[in-house]
Design a protein around this ligand. Sequence first.
Ligand SMILES: Cc1ncc(COP(=O)(O)O)c(C=O)c1O
Length: 406
Amino acid sequence: MAVSKKLQTLIEQDNQYLFQNYGTRLPACFIKGKGSELFDQDGKRYIDFFAGIAVNSLGYNHPALNSALHKQIDAIMHSSNWFFNKQQIEAAQLLSETSFPGKTLFTNSGTEANEAAIKLARKYGISQSNDKYHIISFTNSFHGRTFGAMSATAQEKIRSGFGPIVPGFIYVPFNDVTQFKKTLEANKGKICAVITELVQGEGGITVADSYFIQEINSLCKENNILLIIDEVQTGIARTGKMFAYQHYDIQPDIISLAKGLGGGVPIGAIHAQNFLVEFFPKGTHGTTFGGNHLAAAAAKTVLEHCKKESLLNNVNTMGKLIVEKLSIMKKKYPTLIIDVRGIGLHIGIELSMAGQPIVVEALKKGLIINCTAEKVIRIMPPLTINKKLVNEGLSILDSIFAGVTA
Ligand SMILES: Cc1ncc(COP(=O)(O)O)c(C=O)c1O
């Protein structure tokens, strides 16, 4: 792809000054956004079907979020968790109101939210028996890159090359009730928690079966095992309900959050049932930045907007429209599109070929999409996206599919 002089300079500086752990970055440097549109270093316009990996829930330059952030910057950004924090309290109250009454602990990212969940679960289990520290997670899951969350991630490619991982994780095939029951039976009294996503985002937009999740929920309750739902990618209205677990008839003990929670400002959280508060007494866990005034003000504003019926309706309507149009494309390109799946605005298109060339081609044509699990195109635009941009973005995708299959 031919790059402008401006971009070439950025590429060279990136190489000189930054770790190259993200591989070769896609050839764009965004300098401005508005709603669900982005503009790069050369002023080129893009439709955003990616939202910065499901982060920019309210799109770019949302007036209410901008105004809340400006106000907070002018007042105070950080004071530390040694002091009371009104914005944290307000954001936590909104989490209790939109999920279940409970206690919140703020972090800075998704992986840190899962670290907190893992520590809380182990503290709970070990308070009952020294052996009760094992956590079941599922194949193709993704829970983060720090040691605990990485150890919970049942994907060899994520864990390999770092020496011994954190002991105590047991991996079970996703959506396999029989194997889950066998594992419980074989480890009676040793399991403190189960951690799972409900839509495996990095694992290829694989949706959990209702029966599977309901069985896990019941077995956890029967065996005094905590159920941790990793809502880092699915939470905060992404699936058309505030939290993905609300599509299933289950009661999590802990949910972990991040990504969309701050609408672009880094913040994560665990929200847990009230009875768990005693397992994180003074000195057991904490963070310097977690939920500082600025980040918590962002979370509060995002939560206030995402819980609105109008926003949730938009997610459902736009999600339905995208799936309908993609299903038509699936019929049009039967050799290319194997499956279209997802909930709300968390949608995957499984292809018969590698997805990355499609991502690169889309970028050239002014559409931002992403590929996960090698062959799955992931569509997760800002939750505020409108019909006009959805149609425009999908027609770009259609033209690319037509070119690939010609
Ligand atoms: C389900 C899930 N959990 C945890 C994480 C880790 O979040 P972060 O990258 O903010 O540490 C991710 C990130 O993609 C995720 O999708």
